[in-house]
Structure formats: structure tokens, C-alpha cells
Ligand binder design. Structure first.
Ligand SMILES: O=c1ccn([C@@H]2O[C@H](COP(=O)(O)O)[C@@H](O)[C@H]2O)c(=O)[nH]1
Length: 232
């Protein structure tokens, strides 16, 4: 795989027209992420468009519900024939198992990824807002292990945790990192960040990089700059 094929760009836009415009602006991007904003607005039409243009798809709907509802949502999403699909690890063991059972009953299943802890959460908000009484790195490791033990294919984590998860979960567990910021970019609401090169060196399989590219005045130039950086 070429290094630039390891960068997933989110289509965090309000409608189908804006999504198509963004894909056209970045013709070299091979892997796009469709999240809640766009899917709630445009529905599966955006998935059809991406498939027609031979793009890979990360459907990032982050399911978090009771097992029966998660199973039903996975069954519906799997029909779209996407590459990656997300569920929150904190939905719990039975919901993770329900997602995996649904996937196993399908002929062309996506990789199921468990979100360990949103990259917008830091140690302080984990302790004081969410009242989780263990240290952040330990919590993330526990979420990844819960996912792996129950048959999930990989985890979404920040680059700051990826080396530890790689060491513990091994090479047959996909590690996908949002919270990636080139030196020149603002962190925005991302709290646990590293640069693209640091994230890949730490063991990430794929990086999700959005606003530093898509909200720049020159998205194609920034894309090329990031690709250059990770190839050096
Ligand atoms: O923990 C998570 C899980 C998902 N995301 C998603 O990744 C992108 C990041 O976009 P940026 O513009 O690069 O911040 C976005 O679509 C999130 O929904 C995440 O950031 N953290």
C-alpha cells in the first residue's frame, strides 16, 4: 500500500453537494470517511457516489446502543458494502458480540472497529466529567482489549495510545487514528494529538486527517505536503 493510501479524509460536510465538491477537490484521496453529519443529511447516496468513483469507505456512525439495536444497525450498515464500520467499545461486551455475530452472518462484511475513547476527551474530562476512576491510558487499553476479546477487528484510538495498543493487541488488530495534526495545524477540539509521521511511526495502520486539509484554503497542496512528510 502506498503511504498516502493510509490517510483517510472525513467528509464532515452538511450535504451531498458539498461532499461531492470535496471529493472532486481532492482527486488523489482514495479513502473517505462518512460520519454522522453527512449520513444523517444525505443517506446512502454518498456511499453510492463514492463506490462509483472507486473510493474506499469508512462509515463512521459510532453505534452505541443496546445489543439488539446495535445488531440491527450493523445489519443495515453492512448491506452498504463499506470497508470500515464503527461501534463504541463502551457499548459493552454484549453489544460488541452482537455486532460481531451480525458481521459473521454477512457475505461481504466490513472491518468492525471499536472507538476506545473519543480523541476530544483528555485525562481531566475522563476523570471529572465522565467520572471514570482509572488513568486514561489504562482505560483505553481496557476498551481495546474488551473489543479484541469479543471479536472486533480493530480500534479507533489517538496516536498517543497506538504504540501501547500495538504492543498488547498485536499486528492482527487494525489501529486507526484520528487526532492527527501536522505541526502547522490547529488542534481545534482534538485533545490527544500527534503529527502524521509520529502516528505512523508509533504503529497506526490508518490516519484520519480532516480539517487541516479540508478547511485549508489550498486543500490539494496541504494533502500533498502531508503525503510528502509521511514518505520522507
Ligand atoms: O475518537 C475519535 C473518533 C472519530 N473521530 C472523527 O475523525 C475525524 C477527525 O477530523 P479532524 O477534522 O481531523 O479533527 C472527525 O470526522 C471525527 O468525527 C475523531 O476525531 N475522534
Amino acid at each position: 500500500m502506498l503511504p498516502q493510501e493510509r490517510i483517510i479524509v472525513p467528509l464532515d460536510v452538511p450535504d451531498l453537494e458539498s461532499a461531492i465538491a470535496q471529493v472532486e477537490t481532492l482527486p488523489d484521496v482514495t479513502f473517505w470517511k462518512v460520519g454522522l453529519e453527512l449520513f444523517v443529511s444525505a443517506g446512502p447516496a454518498i456511499l453510492d457516489y463514492l463506490k462509483q468513483h472507486n473510493k474506499r469507505i469508512f462509515l463512521d456512525l459510532k453505534f452505541h446502543d443496546i445489543p439488539n439495536t446495535v445488531a440491527g444497525a450493523c445489519r443495515a450498515a453492512i448491506k452498504y458494502n463499506v470497508d470500515f464500520l464503527t461501534i463504541h467499545a463502551s457499548a459493552g461486551k454484549e453489544a460488541l458480540q452482537a455486532a460481531v455475530e451480525t458481521k459473521q452472518a454477512s457475505t461481504a462484511p466490513p472491518k468492525l472497529l471499536a472507538v476506545t475513547l473519543l480523541t476530544s476527551i483528555n485525562d481531566r474530562s475522563l476523570a471529572f466529567d465522565l467520572q471514570v476512576p482509572i488513568e486514561l491510558p489504562e482505560y483505553i487499553l481496557k476498551m481495546a482489549m474488551l473489543a479484541q476479546e469479543n471479536g472486533i477487528d480493530g480500534a479507533v484510538c489517538s496516536p498517543q495510545e497506538v504504540a501501547k495498543l500495538r504492543e498488547v493487541c498485536g499486528d492482527n488488530f487494525w489501529l486507526i487514528c484520528p487526532g492527527v495534526r501536522p505541526e502547522f495545524a490547529d488542534n481545534g477540539d482534538q485533545k490527544r494529538v500527534m503529527t502524521p509521521k509520529q502516528a505512523l511511526n508509533a504503529g497506526a495502520d490508518y490516519l484520519v486527517i480532516g480539517r487541516p486539509i479540508t478547511q485549508s484554503e489550498t486543500p490539494q497542496l496541504i494533502w500533498q505536503k502531508i503525503c510528502q512528510e509521511i514518505m520522507e
